[in-house]
Design a protein around this ligand. Structure first.
Ligand code: GDG
Length: 468
């Protein structure tokens, strides 16, 4: 295979790796062999914008980044990507805030990514583009004459046509998908929704393998669920559960048990409904008061957006309300922190927890569900409560599957999980563990790149558009 070129909105620069190892960096670790290139945004805003490409090398991997101007950051990243596409792809039409200028900014930044990447490319590079910020990138690269194999993986869900077309310019955006050679989704449901959009909008039918042809370009649409390094995470969890942070947490619980939730502070993660369910749980099942405390780690995210600021205020209110109602002077039902926690520490906390609550309203996959399973003690594993609307629910069927909108159902599942005998916990966990150790991050990369490698090289052709 030629050199791997990964393109993502934000490049996790080696110099910045600290408390929060991004899911993408962890998932791609095995695929990024020495010699690979990772290209994208530096995370910086500067007057220069994409004019200069910054190069760093670490462990044989080259990291090439560009800056965005303040105006590009707002139109491309804040407004269109996160203010329109993200809610759309999570079925939240009421939160979609579309402005034509922002869409123009989105298209323009994708054009600039393509122009900045072009001089770094070699003829046999295999290009793997990630996520909703960069849907039109292949179309822009093709317009510059790039004939390399180009794949795209969408980390979010995909929506049925009736929702997708609520987005102005949806047909234009949909056609830009058709410049890729391979498009990957986490689940069958998302692939079907995407192919339904293609059929309804463009009148094209795919074959049973998810292949279709658009204006001479053959596109293959695959299902490739992302995974984690489950063995590695299990080892971390075992070690960290003997460390200082885990000991302090255990001491603070006294004789009580722990239930945990770990999510970015995002409205897609179902935190409001979850906190309401926790209140319902302590109200309906008073026998669990003092016996269990719930810890929610919700690292702040996208703080410059109104929807996220409103969410945070609402969560502060519910936490106060729940704790005010059920706390006792030496017991707090709901512990809530909006700072990130170190990855090892989290792994140790997962292992201490008798219950994990992963209840997003919609989620492409949800890696926390897999990390929780990987972190458990095989002899005395905890119970996973999982939303039916997380991609992970299509795989992790032995979890307690709940409707994340139904606080009573979640409260009942908490009671069932905390009362479950060890034999049943082990039986469920064994099945789940087999899945997370089989469908790993390494397998995710191998499957995607094998599909991309099978694509025939296109004949070289001149640029359709001069580089601006
Ligand atoms: C997108 C899709 C899809 C969380 N808090 C802390 C922390 N984390 C880590 C978790 C996990 C990762 O961040 C979050 O991954 P998720 O998959 O749960 O969610 P998104 O960030 O929304 O990711 C999602 C994923 O892409 C991959 O395709 O599964 O559906 O939305 O690894 O453990 N890590 C640290 N401190 C924290 O406080 N260190």
């Amino acid at each position: 295979m030629g050199r791997l070129v990964v393109v993502s909105n934000r490049v996790p620069l080696p110099s910045e790796r600290g408390a929060k190892a991004g899911g993408l960096a962890v998932a791609l670790a095995d695929a990024l062999q020495p010699g690979s290139l990772w290209f994208g945004w530096s995370g910086r805003r500067s007057a220069r914008g994409s004019g200069t490409t910054h190069i760093q090398r670490s462990e044989g991997v080259t990291y090439a980044t560009i800056d965005l101007t303040e105006a590009e950051y707002h139109s491309f990243y804040v407004n269109f990507s996160n203010g329109a596409l993200w809610p759309l792809l999570h079925f939240r039409l009421g939160l979609v805030d579309f402005r034509t200028d922002d869409y123009g900014g989105y298209r323009s930044v994708n054009r600039q990514y393509a122009a900045a990447l072009l001089p770094l490319l070699r003829p046999d590079d295999v290009i793997w583009v990630h996520d909703y910020h960069l849907i039109p990138l292949a179309a822009e690269l093709r317009a510059l004459g790039v004939t390399n194999r180009i794949g795209f993986f969408l980390h979010t869900p995909f929506v049925p046509p009736t929702i997708f077309h609520a987005l102005p310019r949806s047909t234009e955006l949909l056609t830009t998908f058709c410049s890729y050679d391979v498009i990957g989704f986490h689940t069958r449901t998302y692939r079907t929704a995407f192919l339904d959009c293609i059929t309804e909008t463009l009148g094209i039918h795919s074959d049973p393998d998810g292949r279709f042809v658009w204006r001479g370009n053959s596109v293959r649409v695959i299902v490739d669920p992302i995974g984690i390094d489950a063995e590695g995470f299990g080892d971390r969890a075992r070690d960290a559960s003997r460390g200082n942070d885990a000991r302090m947490l255990r001491d603070s619980l006294g004789k009580g048990g722990l239930a945990i939730g770990v999510d970015r502070l995002d409205y897609s993660k179902g935190l409001i409904n979850r906190f309401e369910a926790i209140g319902r749980f302590f109200g309906t099942y008073p026998q669990h008061r003092r016996q269990v405390s719930f810890l929610q780690v919700a690292a702040r995210s996208r703080e410059d957006q109104g929807a996220y600021q409103r969410l945070r205020r609402e969560l502060d209110r519910i936490v106060g309300d729940t704790n005010g109602r059920y706390s006792e002077f030496d017991w707090t039902p709901l512990r809530y922190m909006t700072r990130a926690v170190k990855r090892d520490t989290l792994a140790g906390f997962f292992r201490l927890s008798r219950l994990a609550m992963v209840t997003p309203l919609r989620d492409g996959m949800n890696l926390v569900a897999k990390e929780y399973v990987a972190a458990q003690d095989p002899g005395d594993p905890g119970v996973l409560i999982l939303s039916r609307f997380a991609g992970a629910a299509e795989e992790l069927t032995e979890a307690l599957i709940v409707n994340p909108y139904d606080s009573d159902e979640i409260a009942d599942a908490m009671h069932v999980g905390l009362s479950m005998e060890v034999e049943e916990r082990r039986e469920r966990w064994n099945a789940l563990h087999t899945k997370v150790t089989t469908n790993t991050a390494e397998r995710f990369c191998t499957v995607f790149l094998n599909h991309l490698q099978q694509v025939e090289m296109k004949p070289a052709r001149p640029a359709l558009r001069a580089i601006s």
